[in-house]
Ligand binder design. Structure first.
Ligand code: ATP
Ligand code: MG
Length: 458
């Protein structure tokens, strides 16, 4: 039910967008999200998801593996008898057999999924996605409402990230609205620098949000292991962040939690992707909002002042904090207690390291302007001298291989025709795919389409 409600496209009656809570307890108490005294951010108490379907699934996977092992034990003891026989040799090593068996099993699962999908399309009622459509693997991370797992989309064999939310946690209206808000917002954005929502489905105990997978870690990890980045590296990353935020703002969406940990790097290190729309929301231009949420070290002074704020400017402030953090390895506002931190932010008191170029210093100052409407706009950022004047050279000693080539994002979307051909190859009727896309429905067919589109594999 939940997933159906969230995934509804415009063909059906679109559900009312949830009104954003005026101010939740969680939002009111800013430290609840994350308090930061450095570039990192201490974790908050999170609800546990240690029971339920995921565990069952993992157990299933483990038991499947165990079955394989038992099977092989049997096979190997039998095989041992024939070790020297030519027939045993022709079977190859046991690991080959194991791999072969796993592949066979996966193939038959894939065929079953395809069969049931195609049959349901024929009968005019597409079956809802279930956990069998994905192979769930290791845990990638832990969020405020649940865990994020690596998943394998069985039909294409492509990797996804699956955010699982325990349904028992979203019983109350406020939390439910927050989770729904995240899905609604992500549904609206389709941009190469923003993690793509693929589909939403549910198991008996969990709501599952399937997302584009970005396997290169996040900027927080990068800055922690690597230290501050060079200005040239910073430019490559930051220019993409500008695009990501612009994609949100043009759809009247504010992110409100721009920070190092919410910027993921793609597996091939060619792109950055904005993620975690947990506190984002749609706004009307000119609307004043009062919600207090975000991560303390990245909070704009007008949020702390608590007299209402013009929404779009708060993301620009957080971008200023983020650029400072990338280039210096630490956040500009640091204090032992939250009231002290608030004081520093309200006074806009921070040190600007001399080692930064004058252009970088200027750009940061323009973003960290205490007067919201005086802050530099996204369009102005793009033509700021930091991007324009400085040489765009080769970073010889970059630890990040692709950054060394001066990449701007090598992302190429696969063409619609190519994907439709591939979908047709799988057996999906083109008309059905076309109609689902047209009405922006979210189901396993459109998820497959979007995954092929972003995977660049065709
Ligand atoms: P919080 O609000 O506490 O930051 P959250 O519930 O909103 O958490 P996310 O930040 O979206 O959850 O995800 C938690 C972690 O899971 C991330 O920090 C990241 O390590 C991992 N993760 C999330 N989405 C992806 C993805 N698409 N690809 C790879 N890893 C991901
Ligand atoms: Mg996060």
């Amino acid at each position: 039910m939940l997933a159906k409600y969230l995934a509804a496209g415009s063909r059906q009656n679109s559900p009312q967008e949830p009104r954003h809570s005026s101010r939740t307890r969680k939002e009111k108490k800013i430290p609840h999200r994350r308090a930061a005294s450095n570039a990192g951010s201490p974790a908050v108490t999170r609800p546990s998801l240690d029971t339920g379907r995921i565990v069952t699934l993992e157990t299933e996977l483990i038991s499947q593996e165990q079955n394989f092992k038992n099977e092989h034990k049997r096979t190997s003891s039998n095989d041992r008898k024939y070790t020297h026989s030519a027939s045993a040799k022709s079977l190859g090593s046991f690991s080959d057999i194991e791999t072969f068996k796993k592949e066979q099993e996966e193939q038959s699962k894939k065929e079953k999924i395809l069969h049931s999908l195609l049959n349901s399309i024929k009968s005019g009622n597409l079956i809802p996605t279930n956990t069998n459509f994905y192979l769930i693997g290791k845990q990638l991370g832990k969020g405020a409402f649940g865990k994020v797992y690596l998943g394998l989309h069985r039909l294409t064999g492509l990797k996804v990230a699956i955010k699982t939310i325990d349904k028992s946690i979203i019983q109350d209206d406020r939390t439910r609205r927050k989770v729904f808000q995240e899905v609604y917002v992500m549904k609206k954005i389709n941009h190469q620098n923003v993690i793509r929502l693929l589909e939403v489905f549910e198991s008996p105990k969990h709501l599952m949000i399937v997302l584009e997978y970005s396997g290169g870690g996040d900027l927080l990890k990068l800055v922690k292991t690597r230290g501050s980045l060079t200005e040239l590296e910073g430019k490559h990353i930051f220019s993409q962040l500008i695009e990501a935020i612009q994609a949100c703002h043009t759809k009247n969406i504010i992110h409100r939690d721009v920070k190092l940990d919410n910027i993921l790097i793609t597996t091939d290190f060619t792109c950055i992707k904005l993620c975690d729309f947990g506190v984002s929301r749609s706004v009307k231009p000119g609307e004043k909002i009062y919600d207090q949420c975000g991560t303390p070290a990245y909070l704009a002074p007008e949020i702390i002042a608590d007299r209402g704020y013009d929404p779009f400017y708060v993301d620009i402030w957080s971008m200023g904090v983020l650029l400072y953090a990338i280039l210096t390895g630490t956040v500009p506002f640091r204090a032992k207690t939250l009231p002290e931190l608030h004081k520093l932010i309200l006074r806009c008191k921070y040190d600007m390291p001399d080692c930064l170029s004058l252009n970088a210093q200027d750009l940061i100052r323009r973003m960290l302007n205490p007067v919201p409407y005086m802050r530099i706009s996204l369009e102005e950022m793009k033509i700021h001298p930091w991007f324009i004047d400085d040489e765009n050279g080769f970073i010889e000693d970059s630890i990040i291989p692709r950054f060394a080539g001066g990449f701007m994002c090598s992302y190429r979307k696969t063409s619609e025709k190519e994907i439709l051909m591939r979908m047709k190859g799988l057996g999906f009727p083109c008309e059905f795919v076309y109609q689902s896309l047209k009405f922006r429905e979210i189901n396993h067919v459109t998820a497959t389409y979007y995954l092929l589109e972003i995977s660049n594999m065709i």
